[in-house]
Design a protein around this ligand. Sequence first.
Ligand code: FAD
Length: 463
Amino acid sequence: MVEITTKVLVLGGGPGGYVAAIRAGQRHLDAVLVEERQLGGICLNVGCIPSKALIHAAEAYDHARHQAKSTLFGLRIERPSLDFGKLITWKDGIVARLNTGVAGLLKKSHVKIIRGHGTMLDGKTCRVETDTGPETIRAEHVVLATGSVAATLPSLPFSGRVISSTEALSLSEVPATMAVVGAGYIGLELGMAYAKLGAKVTVIEAADRILPLYDAELTRPVARHLQMLGVETLVNARATGLSDDGDALLVETGGNRREVTAQKILVAIGRKPRTDGWGLERLDLTMSGPFIAIDERCATSMRNVWAIGDVTGEPMLAHRAMAQGEMVGDLVAGQRRAFHKVAIPSICFTDPEIVAVGLAPDEAKAAGYQVRTGLFPFQANGRAMTLGAEDGFVRVTARADNHLVLGIHAVGEGVSELAAAFGLALEMGARLEDVAGTIHAHPTLGEAFHEASLKGLGEALHI
Ligand code: FAD
């Protein structure tokens, strides 16, 4: 059996793990990365990247179809059509390019990649089943980055027409009908994309509204667009299983039972940490509910065993995993670091998009702050008008006493690109006056951030 000794072992090559390995390599540490599937994890292969490719293509098709009907600015597109196979091939091409890119970055940092399933034997040793036989790796530091898996409904196990987001990203054709169980961001992003591609989509959500983790003011424009797309949304509704012939989804809503015809049923009710099948039981780790408990340095309860990314808790987002990975790479190299982020942005790439950074007004009040808010609608933003995207707004929440910005939220077409400005403002401890005193280029959607801050100060100029 091959035996390797190294300074750092990273189990899992997703955004958390591969970034930790790159940073450890950049700090001139011997690092080994164990990955059983493709480099880049869920995010790159079956998550963030392919879903955004699908969403973009669906949006382009939808636009083209609308242009065929309306000649708002004189453009005529005759009978647009879609080659779905080509779309999937294009999406796969992007993923493949990024896979190669990650491999190249790891190589550049002199990280050794071992392909195969890893099992921890103790807090320092991992056995990997590779194509050429087992290998044992002993390491001074272990970084656990095993990620997450799609949560399942016992009444609707994944099989046949019941699919997870992974299969939804690689269908061979657009289904005529699709049911989406769960109106969180993954369900709605994919559900809206398939509606634009031509599927008749029904969304089933147990809570009383879509995107229940976001405040209602933010989600209203998305609800409107769902309606415009012809998506039927059933709230306070539960999917209970398949009909006897297996052709329809059984849904209970308000005491009534309904059958929803669906060629594909996408179950997107959340994700759970991947804690099974890699020897967690052999480690003496404190857990925090289903997740591995970590402190502000991503240290677990075992010395020199670190954990990052989805396996450590919410928010299960790639940029959190990457930021933790980068920090842990520094920590194992002896640097002093701690994860004290003011905010971790979250984005729904729905139509329109939603960005949430920091506290919403109700959350700020619940945290004991007296707040002032400023909201600027895109209806009053020149750039939004030129894009034909006036539904939405930017909202700034600040402390009433010293005007420290506590949260920035936006909904509207293209607002995902404002997340960087919002995050920077919060991390830099901006006050309303700082944002108001910054020149925002004209005409841009970012001016709505400027104006929302002015509005928070009672001095809005364009509304
Ligand atoms: P993962 O990405 O889950 O990677 C873990 C890796 O570890 C996997 O490659 C796995 O094969 C490997 N592994 C696990 N156990 C072993 C073992 N025993 N041996 C060898 N290898 C092992 N996040 C965003 O920030 N923005 C988005 O737009 C976004 N969109 C998403 C869309 C979808 C459809 C989905 C499903 C997720 C999306 N996410 C998004 C979430 C994001 O993908 C995750 O937060 C992110 O991938 C977590 O990274 P990670 O490194 O913790 O784990």
